[in-house]
Design a binder for this molecule. Structure first.
Ligand SMILES: *[C@@H]1O[C@H](CO)[C@@H](O)[C@H](O)[C@H]1NC(C)=O
Ligand SMILES: *[C@@H]1O[C@H](CO)[C@@H](O)[C@H](O)[C@H]1NC(C)=O
Ligand SMILES: *[C@@H]1O[C@H](CO)[C@@H](O)[C@H](O)[C@H]1NC(C)=O
Ligand SMILES: *[C@@H]1O[C@H](CO)[C@@H](O)[C@H](O)[C@H]1NC(C)=O
Ligand SMILES: *[C@@H]1O[C@H](CO)[C@@H](O)[C@H](O)[C@H]1NC(C)=O
Ligand SMILES: *[C@@H]1O[C@H](CO)[C@@H](O)[C@H](O)[C@H]1NC(C)=O
Ligand SMILES: *[C@@H]1O[C@H](CO)[C@@H](O)[C@H](O)[C@H]1NC(C)=O
Ligand SMILES: *[C@@H]1O[C@H](CO)[C@@H](O)[C@H](O)[C@H]1NC(C)=O
Length: 817
């Protein structure tokens, strides 16, 4: 549905995000640089673990501690040797999974550093943002969540790490219930409980097993505001609490807002333990703090890492896979951590994903079948649809109230600035004649003030309260673009509607010759907007959800990797909030919020990964990722191909893997996928070494590894998908599957070839024993050159009913003879 409000809110939020972003500044002003240096970090010195092994960095010995201190020392020495004294400030040393540091210095000093012996890679801190869209404005009922998460032991023994804005430790979603003590052993994990403002030691209560905060980057990038930027793991924003409760919040927590009961919330893995790594502050977010957090979380031994934060720009001088952020995630995975990222919110344009690398899982977002339809009843019996999470006007639609357009209620001789935004947008109570608006339903209109972020919804509510409106209507204005209104909780009856209701209003309103109203005869009532409706088709890929194809550089040259990987609910997700709500005044005081964004999709996948890990403790991250992908569905609740939203309201088109990856996650099937496609750290290095025109020195600088082996083509990486961005004539791609079931099984191989290709599979069927592996040759010949990607899939159907789907995305460029 249309409405002016979503845009205005997204703009408000954008403004906040701009200040959150670390902005590049003029020459010789200090900036933050991230630096990788030669030498093994603690986790990988003495050669362990040799590769991704499904378990993590081993217990911390005295030797490790000594090694860590040495590394930190070496960082200081390098800086002292290379840079002018007093020209820099070392912010943080990364030493667990990568060896490097963050330094605050000038561009000219950074150039010196780049040339210094021992320095492998240097990158400007691009800042880190929250991957929420359209701000906090929504509410809902848990539904998809409880499917698996309702299980009373779901997630036992698993620790999920959240790198985000912190956590609200007082929230019931994170309460420890002494009646139901954890039975599991998390001896593989050792965190810490860092205390500080609003975060006493008791906050680490057994459900929250560890909480740390990283602020060196934030403190260097901006002047922090002590009343919101708490130097403690406490979440003043709400985002971190939302994400953590979606993945691992307690089961059956009642969701109440403005006194209304919306249902019960449960995390996907309600018995998983939570480890908090706060790295983004209301005022600023830096990559320095995010990377420090990932480094530490991996050392602490988290099983799963959920990242709904990250850089919002494509890396400048390096390949997407080789930016420090992606490299750190590679080493987290090497240490056995399953990493899920929000795919990004810059859809629906192609190549907008912010998750690039094959060693992470990038989550796309969809809506569900739940919506919160609001309604406006007019005196002529007409009913206009809209949204707004508020109760109805008194009488619940039985009584109608005087309908007044804001500009018709302006004080005739009042002294105030008579700008349209002042009046139409109902921003200031002093503009209105009390007798005209008191007890009325007032029509406020979206105009320039909202568009350029000077007006707020909070101000409308204040005006409504001060003057005793019965309710208000916020009307969209198509002049400012095409909008989707998202439900926002309103403490007074209110609705946002897409279209102007001027015809009815004008017919019923008497005016004098100067245009002044002499009598208001139009009448209206606002219906209850808080009642969920479960109609319609689900899921639909959300408009904002970032799209593939994946790409390797700022020129957006396509990559031979499928992104996003997977689709999960990320539109109007109800979860825990922090009443301080430092970035969104609309949600101040609330304990729950309905949010949208791929930020909300990622923790769904984190929770499901926790369940898989619980039942299959020895599965490596790539096995878990494969299980999630090959069992996903591309069909919606009607049995049709899942549709994807385009730019225009109501413009849906059949989705492709570039919208939803393998499809909508199916937790039940992901527990028992039959086969998995796996790859490890060495394979990722071989993949990097096989990128087109890649210089082995570049790989060495980012990863520390030589290119001793490369794949014959990047598409040969053993992923649960096949993506070929330039298919000339013919190509042979190989995949290897492993039987993770407990019985031998026979699989039949079938293929739906992408348009413009012929695909043959060898073998066409196979028997596979438990733990056995099988190679599958996929021979693709081009029959017709195309100017766009086309899509197909390979399906392996097992005799024990396992179905393994592998999406094919190819761009056939020249024909084979
Ligand atoms: C910086 O000062 C230290 C001692 O304080 C000295 O050893 C070092 O050489 C100086 N570095 C430069 C680049 O001047
Ligand atoms: C937890 O598991 C570890 C290793 O599996 C074991 O050594 C330890 O005794 C266990 N602790 C408890 C409390 O069960
Ligand atoms: C700090 O945050 C508080 C609360 O949001 C705000 O009132 C105050 O103006 C802020 N101070 C500065 C210097 O920005
Ligand atoms: C407004 O001012 C005009 C002229 O200044 C005057 O004629 C009129 O009566 C005033 N109206 C009211 C409602 O005070
Ligand atoms: C907002 O937009 C209006 C109309 O375009 C303009 O007059 C006003 O100056 C703008 N305000 C700001 C703060 O940009
Ligand atoms: C890889 O090659 C480099 C030199 O190019 C060599 O030093 C190194 O030992 C090789 N590593 C392996 C594992 O073969
Ligand atoms: C393949 O081509 C046919 C006809 O040209 C078209 O209808 C169909 O949508 C295409 N399928 C895909 C997956 O592109
Ligand atoms: C594809 O082409 C190769 C030779 O380039 C040929 O051997 C193979 O049979 C062809 N496959 C199909 C399915 O046509």
């Amino acid at each position: 549905m249309g409405g002016g409000v979503e845009r205005m809110i997204s703009l408000q939020f954008m403004a906040l995000l701009l200040s959150v972003n670390f902005v590049a500044s003029v020459a010789e002003e200090r900036e933050i640089y991230l630096v990788l240096v030669e030498g093994h970090p603690v986790a990988f010195h003495r050669g362990y673990p040799p590769s991704e092994d499904g378990r993590r960095v081993k217990p911390k010995s005295e030797v490790d501690k000594f090694h860590a201190e040495q590394l930190e020392d070496s960082h200081d020495q390098l800086l002292q040797r290379t840079l002018e004294n007093g020209s820099y400030n070392r912010l943080h040393s990364f030493k667990h999974i990568v060896n490097g540091f963050a330094v605050h210095t000038t561009p000219s000093q950074a150039r010196k550093l780049k040339a210094a012996p021992g320095v492998m890679l240097i990158e400007r801190d691009r800042g880190a943002k929250l991957m929420t869209t359209y701000t906090p404005q929504f509410l809902g009922l848990p539904e998809v969540w409880t499917e698996e998460g309702g299980d009373k032991n779901a997630g036992e023994g698993i620790v999920i790490g959240f790198v985000d804005t912190g956590i609200n430790p007082l929230h019931p979603s994170f309460a420890y219930d002494p009646v139901k003590p954890f039975s599991s052993n998390i001896s593989h994990f050792s965190g810490a409980c860092e205390t500080g403002p609003r975060f006493p030691a008791s906050s680490c209560n057994g459900k929250i097993v560890s909480a740390r905060f990283f602020s060196a980057g934030a403190e260097a990038a901006a002047t922090l505001n002590t009343s919101v930027d708490f130097l403690s793991p406490f979440d003043a924003v709400g985002h971190g609490s939302h994400v953590a409760s979606t993945a691992a919040g307690n089961a059956l927590v009642p969701v109440v807002a403005d006194g209304f009961f919306y249902g019960q919330a449960s995390g996907m893995a309600p018995r998983a333990r939570i480890a908090v790594y706060k790295a983004v502050y209301p005022t600023v977010g830096t990559l320095t703090d995010v990377i420090s957090a990932i480094d530490q979380a991996t050392r602490d031994g988290v099983d799963i890492l959920s990242l709904s934060v990250g850089p919002d720009e494509v890396p400048e001088d390096t390949l997407t896979f080789l930016s420090l952020f992606d490299i750190v995630m590679l080493f987290a995975r090497r240490a056995g951590v399953f990493v899920v990222q929000a795919a990004g919110n810059h859809g629906p344009d192609p190549s907008t994903v912010l998750s690039y690398s094959p060693w992470t899982v990038g989550a796309a977002a969809s809506g569900t079948d739940r919506s919160f339809p609001g309604s406006l009843l007019l005196g002529n019996g007409e009913k206009v649809g809209g949204v707004g999470l508020s109760g109805p006007t008194f009488g619940n639609g039985l009584f109608l109230y005087k309908l007044v357009l804001a500009k018709d209620a302006v004080k005739i001789n009042g002294t105030f600035p008579r700008t349209p935004q002042y009046i139409e947008e109902c921003q200031y109570p002093e503009a209105f004649e009390y007798n005209a608006v008191q007890g009325s339903v007032v029509i406020c209109t979206f105009s320039a003030g909202f568009f350029n972020q000077t007006s707020t919804l909070t101000a409308i509510i204040d005006t409504a309260r001060t003057l005793g409106f019965m309710g208000f209507i916020l009307v969209a204005n198509p002049t400012y673009g095409d909008f989707i209104a998202e439900p926002i909780p309103f403490a007074v009856p209110a609705i946002m509607i897409p279209s102007i209701i001027s015809l009815y209003y004008e017919q019923q309103t008497n005016r004098d010759e100067r245009g002044f109203v002499t009598k208001f005869c139009a009448r209206a009532a606002i219906g209850d907007g808080r009642v969920a409706s479960f109609k319609g088709v689900e899921p639909i890929v959300s408009r904002f959800s970032a799209r593939g194809p994946d790409f390797i550089d700022t020129k957006k040259n396509p990559a031979d990797v499928l992104k996003p990987d997977i689709l999960a609910p990320g539109h109007q997700v109800w979860a825990a909030w922090s009443p301080i709500s430092a970035l969104d005044p609309m949600l101040k005081g609330y304990n729950f919020a309905l949010l949208s964004g791929t930020s909300m999709a990622a923790p769904h996948i984190a929770g499901i990964a926790a369940l898989i890990k619980q039942y299959n403790p020895f599965w490596t991250p790539s096995m878990i990722a494969s299980a999630i992908s090959t069992t996903a569905t591309k069909y919606d609740s009607k049995g049709e191909l899942i549709m994807a939203e385009g730019y225009n309201i109501g413009n849906l088109s059949p989705s492709t893997p570039f919208d939803l990856g393998a499809g909508l996650v199916s937790p039940t099937h992901a527990m028992d996928p039959g086969l998995v496609l796996f790859s490890g750290y060495d394979d990722y290095i071989s993949f990097l070494c096989s990128l087109p025109n890649i210089d082995p020195d570049t790989i060495k600088a980012s990863t520390g590894e030589f290119c001793n082996h490369s794949l014959s083509h990047p598409a040969d990486l053993n992923l649960p998908s096949v993506t070929i961005s330039a298919l000339a004539e013919t190509q042979l791609v190989r995949r290897t599957v492993k039987n993770v079931g407990f019985r031998p099984e026979t699989y039949l191989c079938s293929v739906l070839p992408p348009n413009g290709t012929m695909v043959s599979l060898y073998p066409s069927w196979f028997n596979i024993s438990p733990q056995g592996t099988q190679d599958l040759d996929i021979h693709i010949n081009v029959t017709k050159a195309m100017n766009a990607f086309s899509f197909g899939e390979i399906v392996l159907t097992g005799s024990l009913n396992h179905i393994v789907r592998i999406p094919l995305s190819v761009l056939p460029i020249s024909i084979s003879l």
